[in-house]
Design a protein around this ligand. Structure first.
Ligand code: SF4
Ligand code: SF4
Length: 453
């Protein structure tokens, strides 16, 4: 095992960014340089561009992605899901969770370093603004910069926080909603304006102050690493077999220069082994490679590998665990496909009118009243006709006909009348069909109450 760089007696007995007196240790991470940083910059730009343009994309007139919580409408890849489709959202969530677990078992916190918006905002946007004003921390903590530099940096942080908030809001209210929010006088939309200001202030605080603690102390995904990773998971790892014993006069390749530590945005020493604070940012790989180049040793003393890979020279992500999770994922996808294929374009909610009992308009007829709500999930307007499929009887809609525009909804009262002779007991099951132009769109079963014989 690698030698611990911190005293054994105090190693890991407090969070990495808290000192012995309980004070926060500010991380002055040096800007990395190298091929991994360039690749990560490229991916980060692609993610940022996607986040900014996705709300503008429309597929067949519907938003590509939009989470309209007040309206209870969720657009996923151009498909409209309502809150009534929560079973579909639950399956999609289950698929997302199993995918994350599978991905983590195989590749550790790769998502954090490459795709997580929190990390991209902090490392690729705010931290770069900071380097512009403060330099890139070549010698650790800088001398106190001038007042104007600090002010300029914080004003830039505030400005970029407002920009990110507006992009974030577009995912919920769409570009049109955001344009309305911006154009309307503040006093007419005080609530929307306060939300925008509140989120901007929150972003500013997170990225100017709280920073990497989101990843090291709050993020539940980070906490899951302890149970998900095993000796075959691929992660950013220090080759202790090659590097130890460390130090310029020792025979290992690590010269103990601490450069890998200087660039780490979470302030850890990767030579202490896999740690949950490691967000796979690859900065230490780049930095150590530049040291290896200088001392003319082979690259990749720190690299993507597994503990088993270091020990045996062989690595594979196809383990029993990953294959088992892949199997679960496959079953969930089949289930999702089956559920989507059975999804109807009309959502029906039919409930007995609260407090109503049966009525007898004449000697032979019994009537029940129901509240009906229909949601038209299709692209076409519907003219719905309601029929009693069994037993025989009459369904009447009180009020206007059931005309529903595309993606609209309608509510009405249904009066269902059946012959007293058909009543089988205190409760009788009715099957009701909903038709548009003679096409049966949906059926539902409801309970009918009547007099017992
Ligand atoms: S950068 Fe490389 S050589 Fe320097 S301390 Fe880290 S692992 Fe050792
Ligand atoms: S240990 Fe390396 S990969 Fe992990 S967070 Fe620190 S610099 Fe990034």
């Amino acid at each position: 095992m690698p030698k611990k760089t911190t005293e054994e007696s105090s190693f890991r007995d407090r969070p990495i960014n808290i000192d012995a007196s309980g004070k926060r240790k500010w991380v002055y991470a040096r800007q990395p340089k190298g091929k991994w940083y360039m690749r990560r910059t490229l991916v980060a730009w692609m993610v940022l561009v996607f986040l900014a343009i996705a709300p503008f994309i429309r597929i067949k007139g519907l938003p590509f992605m939009k989470f309209d919580i007040p309206q209870g409408e969720f657009y996923l890849f151009g498909n409209l899901l309502y809150t009534q489709d929560t079973y579909l959202l639950a399956i999609i969530m289950a698929i997302a969770v199993v995918s994350v677990v599978l991905f983590t078992v195989a590749f550790g916190r790769l998502f954090c370093g490459w795709l997580c918006p929190q990390n991209i905002f902090l490392e690729m946007v705010y931290r770069r603004i900071e380097y512009l004003f403060m330099g890139n921390y070549r010698k650790g903590k800088p001398k106190e910069p001038g007042k104007f530099k600090r002010l300029g940096m914080h004003l830039s942080f505030m400005l970029i926080s407002v920009v990110f908030t507006n992009v974030f809001l577009m995912w919920f209210i769409g570009p049109e909603g955001l344009a309305r929010l911006i154009q309307e006088p503040v006093q007419e939309n005080l609530k929307g304006f306060s939300i925008m200001l509140g989120i901007s202030a929150f972003y500013y605080w997170i990225y100017s102050n709280f920073r990497e603690q989101v990843c090291t102390m709050i993020c539940p995904y980070g906490r899951m690493q302890g149970v998900l990773l095993d000796s075959q998971s691929i992660s950013v790892i220090y080759d202790y077999k090659r590097g130890e014993p460390r130090g310029a006069k020792n025979v290992g390749d690590c010269i103990d220069c601490s450069s890998c530590l200087a660039v780490c945005p979470t302030g850890i020493d990767i030579r202490n082994g896999t740690q949950l604070e490691c967000i796979h940012c690859t900065a230490c790989i780049d930095e150590c490679n530049s040291v290896m180049k200088r001392i003319q040793k082979p690259y990749n003393l720190i690299r993507y590998d597994s503990v088993k890979g270091i020990e045996t020279g062989k690595r594979s992500v196809f383990t029993t665990r990953t294959l088992a999770y892949a199997g679960v994922l496959f079953v969930l996808f089949i289930f999702l496909a089956f559920t989507v294929s059975r999804r109807t374009s009309l959502d029906v909610s039919l409930l007995r009118m609260p407090g109503s009992l049966y009525q007898q308009p004449d000697e032979q007829t019994v009537m029940n009243l129901y509240n009906l709500k229909l949601i038209n999930k299709s692209e076409n307007a519907r003219n719905i006709e309601v029929k009693l499929l069994s037993p025989e009887g009459i369904v009447e809609v009180a009020g206007k006909p059931l005309l529903i525009e595309s993606r609209g909804h309608v509510e009405a009262v249904l009066m269902v009348k059946i012959n007293k002779a058909t009543i089988t007991g205190k409760n009788t099951d009715l099957r009701i069909g909903f038709f548009d132009n003679q096409e049966l769109l949906e059926t539902t079963t409801i309970n009918f109450i009547g007099p017992t014989k």
